[in-house]
Design a protein around this ligand. Structure first.
Ligand SMILES: [Zn+2]
Length: 394
């Protein structure tokens, strides 16, 4: 290789590193870009080339302007017009699609009803129609879509890519969701479970922005968790990391659908919470209604949510003692209960967790709209993965 060729390949490697960092972290200052291991002068040169090529744009950091130059302090971001990422959520009774730019701007999302017993091909036809509609609305062509993230309500086995039997949509069990969706949608696809992808949404846009170690608890039909460790999603050897709903809370408790006894799900999933209100309320309100009534002061509803928080806190203490996250975010359908569930959760956890001095991990409700946290997380997974989903022109 000539000196000239090796310099040019070094330059293109540096451009790729800067693009990769912007994919991972969103808009960054030139100073922050230098911290990825490039000199400030190299960053200045690379950013200049990327600006000329239209790959990145300057964005204002804040409305404040620099006192000396009068210019807003500059951040560098990817140019959102380059392309878009699609998020797809296949859930019980519903599918959702979201479109965001490669610059992490959420443009639009929409849902449609879907039959839980319908074939994956039928479900994906509904998804495909939604994708067409949303791309037309946002002015992106299909070839500008760098990829689609598909969220499934169950674990995906790491080695085989097959949807595990714990998936609550039975027609998908044993299928390679990634391959099936890639074929039906004609796009590069990744597939993961809902809790992992929701964890990425809060990391990218929400309560855990910029953190390196945090735990996300996702409550839907069951309770799952997503762990971000060292800045990346931790999925485990088989893809089942975070199945916190099946950790044992009461060894002599009710038998769980997994065959275990006294799993967290038997005590604190929405089904377990609402079924306790038969006696007091002579009916069984939905979890959303229980939360609404609790906010209005209904003592029984407050009690069952507080008890669920206490049980989740036991599981969180065990998780905390193993992983030591900086933050725990409660998301999904229980997040709307706020302090009614989070205060007892935190107290229960702190009674059992080892903590160093005064350092206690904060427990907060998810900061994003929990109805779309999974589908936008599916798009975030595509945005963050520069290796599998390269930019159209990079
Ligand atoms: Zn179980």
């Amino acid at each position: 290789m000539s000196v000239h060729e090796s310099q040019s390949s070094q330059r293109s490697a540096n451009r790729a590193r800067v693009v990769q960092a912007l994919r991972q972290h969103g808009a960054m200052s030139r100073g922050a870009l230098a911290e990825i291991g490039l000199s400030r002068s190299t960053v200045a040169g690379v950013v200049g080339e990327l600006l000329d090529a239209g790959t990145v744009v300057e964005v204002a950091d804040s409305p404040r302007r620099d006192r000396v130059t009068g210019r807003p302090p500059g951040l560098v971001a990817l140019n959102g017009r380059l392309g878009a990422a699609v998020g797809v959520e296949i859930a019980n009774g519903i599918v959702r699609v979201a479109v965001c730019t490669v610059a992490r701007e959420l443009l639009v999302h929409e849902s449609a009803p879907a039959d839980d017993t319908g074939s994956p091909a039928e479900t994906l036809r509904i998804v495909d129609t939604l994708i067409d509609k949303l791309l037309a609305a946002t002015g992106y062509e299909r070839h500008q879509v760098i990829g689609a993230g598909v969220a499934m309500p169950g674990p995906i086995q790491r080695r085989t890519g097959l949807t595990g039997r714990a998936c609550t949509l039975k027609p998908w069990v044993g299928l390679d969701a990634r391959a099936v969706a890639a074929g039906a949608l004609g796009l590069p696809v990744l597939a993961d479970n809902d809790a992992n992808l929701a964890a990425l949404a809060e990391l990218t846009w929400g309560a855990a922005r910029g953190l390196r170690d945090y735990a996300y608890i996702y409550s839907a039909t069951g309770i799952g968790a997503g762990f971000v460790l060292n800045g990346a999603l931790y999925v485990g050897a088989n893809g089942t990391a975070g199945e916190i709903g099946h950790t044992t809370i009461n060894e002599d408790g009710l038998v769980c659908e997994c065959g275990g006894r006294g799993c967290l799900n038997t005590l604190a999933n929405p089904d377990a919470i609402t079924r306790q209100l038969w006696q007091s309320h002579r009916r069984r309100p939905s979890i959303e209604e229980v939360i609404r009534l609790a906010h209005d002061g209904d003592a029984g509803c407050r009690r069952v949510l507080a008890d669920a928080g206490t049980h989740i806190g036991v599981a969180m203490a065990n998780m905390y003692n193993l992983l030591d996250p900086e933050l725990i975010v409660l998301g999904g359908n229980l997040a709307a209960a706020g302090a009614i569930i989070i205060d007892p959760l935190r107290q229960s956890m702190m009674r059992r967790a080892i903590h160093a001095g005064e350092a206690v991990p904060a427990v907060v409700a998810g900061a994003l709209d929990q109805e779309v946290v999974v589908v936008i997380g599916a798009a975030a997974a595509v945005l963050r993965d520069a290796t599998r989903f390269p930019l159209p022109t990079a």
